[in-house]
Write a protein that binds this ligand. Structure first.
Ligand code: GDP
Length: 320
């Protein structure tokens, strides 16, 4: 990275989460010596005075804002107030605090659910705010749109900051939330299909029609793309930038692939009483591709690795 050197302190906010942990791994691999993290019990990112005090002490050259309240389709449906309030609270506290304390660079993560539900596919950055997002994730989407606009506004108003918004598609990988109720589809299906195999079940119910299409990107690829962008696209005026792999699969196909990796031979049934959510969310990542970036982890390899990680955690739980 040309803009940052290995001795630049980088604050990864939300380092225990899927993207945050991938970011810390990526920085470590690139030789960064000062990766700053803080447990939630020690710093509540919603508390601006506490965040300011922490930043004053830590003086990061880059802040990667991975913290936030996230969840799958049911979590969004059942906790809409928490989704909007917690994400807005973190943005309202961390972003202005970072500007005030002179943090020169921030990476802020948006989400593909910010795009309109009826958006033409694939979705280019120019389609943001051209229509209303999917209702099941609207509170989360609005909080993320507010954060994106806050980054833009801080850059415009103060001129001294480079706050970059990126929009990754559905992230997955080691460290994901495998809870069948709150998790996103890929991790939730790994958990549920594994359990179905272990119990000798003859079938498993996949939520919805199986027809919605999703684009999945490994968290390591998201971290790698961000580091690439820091090096190759320094002007905040070029952001937000989509981060995707350029292809999607139906939920039915995803379930089949996961079942194959796990070795579940039972029937995959579809439960139409569960919500489908957005019909399709494929990002147009051509701007990132034109800069020369390409993802490294195929969906096949990513599912294998994530399942292996899931199994290793279970072993740890039972032996530890
Ligand atoms: P979304 O991308 O915001 O819709 O969130 P999810 O990752 O939770 O869901 C994606 C799609 O997968 C939706 O159509 C869900 O109905 C479907 N799906 C199928 N089975 C599951 C499951 O076990 N868990 C989750 N979260 N989604 C599932």
């Amino acid at each position: 990275m040309t803009t940052l050197t290995p001795d630049t302190p980088v604050f990864v906010a939300g380092h225990r989460g899927l993207i945050g942990s991938a970011f810390a791994r990526r920085l470590r691999a690139a030789g960064f010596e000062q990766i700053l993290t803080v447990p939630r019990a020690e710093l509540d990112l919603r508390e601006r005075p506490a965040v300011e005090a922490w930043l004053q002490e830590a003086k990061p050259g880059l802040l990667v804002l991975c913290a936030g309240r996230v969840g799958g389709i049911l979590e969004n449906r059942d906790h809409p107030a928490d989704m909007i309030a917690e994400n807005l609270a973190i943005e309202l506290s961390v972003l202005p605090a970072a500007q005030k304390l002179g943090v020169p660079r921030v990476i802020f993560f948006g989400s593909s659910c910010m795009y309109p539900r009826e958006c033409p596919q694939p979705m280019p950055e120019s389609a943001l705010l051209s229509g209303v997002p999917e209702p099941t994730s609207l509170p989360y989407a609005l909080a993320k749109l507010a954060g994106l606009e806050m980054c833009r506004a801080l850059n415009a108003q103060y001129g001294s900051t480079r706050f970059y918004s990126v929009i990754p598609n559905n992230a997955y990988g080691p460290g994901d939330d495998f809870d069948p109720e709150s998790g996103h589809v890929l991790a939730a299906l790994i958990q549920r299909i594994h359990a179905a195999k272990a119990s000798g079940a003859e079938h498993i119910d996949i939520w919805g029609s199986g027809r919605p299409r999703r684009e999945f990107i490994h968290a390591d690829d998201i971290a790698d793309a961000c580091c690439f962008l820091l090096e190759h696209c320094e002007d905040p005026a070029h952001y937000p930038i989509n981060i995707g792999v350029g292809g999607d699969v139906s939920i039915g196909e995803l379930a089949e692939r996961i079942a194959k990796v796990i070795g579940f031979a039972g029937q995959l049934r579809f439960d139409a009483s569960r919500p489908d959510g957005a019909p399709r969310k494929l990002l147009d990542s051509s701007r990132l591709a034109n800069l020369g970036w390409r993802h490294a982890v195929s969906l096949e390899d990513g599912i294998r690795e994530t399942y292996a990680w899931y199994l290793s955690q279970r072993t740890e739980e039972t032996t530890g």
